[in-house]
Design a binder for this molecule. Structure first.
Ligand code: AMP
Length: 282
């Protein structure tokens, strides 16, 4: 039976009982407005754990000034129904006041946060690391599930877990896409029909990059080819197209080790991201 908690003590009570009974616990952190991408994480979590916790919390500390915190889509009843249909045991759905009393401590993994999305959104990953640390302490999961869609976030969480000795296994899950290739995102709801069509340039650029990437190739060659695809779309404005080391997120000149090829593009006022990993055989 699906339970919903809104406070930290009530959540801890539920988890404590489960742990006493010897159940393993998996956590899927989300900001709600759930879609197929979230569903894939919840399904994997369901397969691998005795108890499944989904957090639904639009985390204010990961939004910068002028970003879409207020506008971010919310529909808790729909989220609850989806979670129930996927066999979720507990939704933790706190208000911001339950999670933060100002002033409060932050967690930040600066080394991986100064490139890609961290450049345009300087406080974003500090907010992500802070809320994920708090969720880890509250839920104490055995495993936590994150999407490859937010590849830099996943790399930062892995590093945080390693550096701060969280006894939690981080499970990365593949990007789930619409039938036409667009990566699923709660922010896709902002797109007008015309912008929705234009947004296809992200996945098309990814496909172009995957076509031409090869061991030893200059990163700029890959970036130029992908940039050409996006530049052909009048409604698109590039934030970045980058080739970075898959572990430390720093730009590389040539593809000589495993890399993340990542991009962020504004379609009208909506900022969308996409990426692919490329593994160079040893
Ligand atoms: P969000 O609610 O956007 O914060 O996302 C919650 C989790 O779902 C994060 O770990 C995301 O990476 C993951 N996620 C979001 N969209 C997708 C997608 N299209 N495919 C796979 N995972 C996703």
């Amino acid at each position: 039976m699906l339970q919903v908690t809104t406070t930290i003590p009530a959540t801890r009570d539920v988890i404590r009982k489960w742990k006493k009974d010897g159940y393993s616990v998996g956590l899927v952190p989300t900001m709600g407005y759930l879609h197929e991408g979230h569903a894939s994480l919840i399904q994997k979590c369901r397969e691998e754990n005795d108890r499944v916790v989904v957090s639904v919390f639009v985390n204010p500390t990961q939004f910068g000034p002028g970003e879409d915190l207020e506008a971010y889509p919310r529909d808790f009843e729909r989220d609850r129904a989806l979670c129930e249909s996927l066999g979720t045991d507990l939704i933790f759905h706190p208000e911001p006041e339950e999670m933060y009393q100002d002033p409060h401590a932050y967690v930040s993994i600066d080394t991986l946060s100064d490139t890609l999305c961290g450049k345009t959104r300087p406080i974003h990953f500090k907010g992500v690391c802070t809320v994920v640390s708090k969720l880890f302490h509250i839920v104490t999961p055995d495993r936590a599930y994150f999407g490859q869609k937010d590849a830099q976030q996943l790399a930062i969480i892995r590093k945080m877990v390693q550096d701060l000795n969280f006894d939690i296994t981080i499970v990365g899950c593949p990007i789930i896409r619409e039938a036409d290739g667009l990566a699923r995102s709660s922010r896709n709801t902002y797109l007008s029909p015309e912008e929705r069509q234009a947004a296809l340039c992200l996945s098309q650029a990814v496909a172009r990059g995957q076509q031409i990437i090869a061991p030893g190739i200059a990163s700029q060659t890959v970036i130029d080819a992908m940039t050409a695809v996006i530049s052909a779309e009048p409604l698109a404005r590039i934030d970045y197209v980058s080739v970075v080391d898959a572990l430390d997120m720093q730009p590389v000149d040539h593809v000589e080790k495993n890399v993340l090829v990542a991009l962020a593009v504004y379609i009208g006022r909506t900022r969308l991201i996409d990426n692919f990993l490329y593994e160079v055989a040893p």
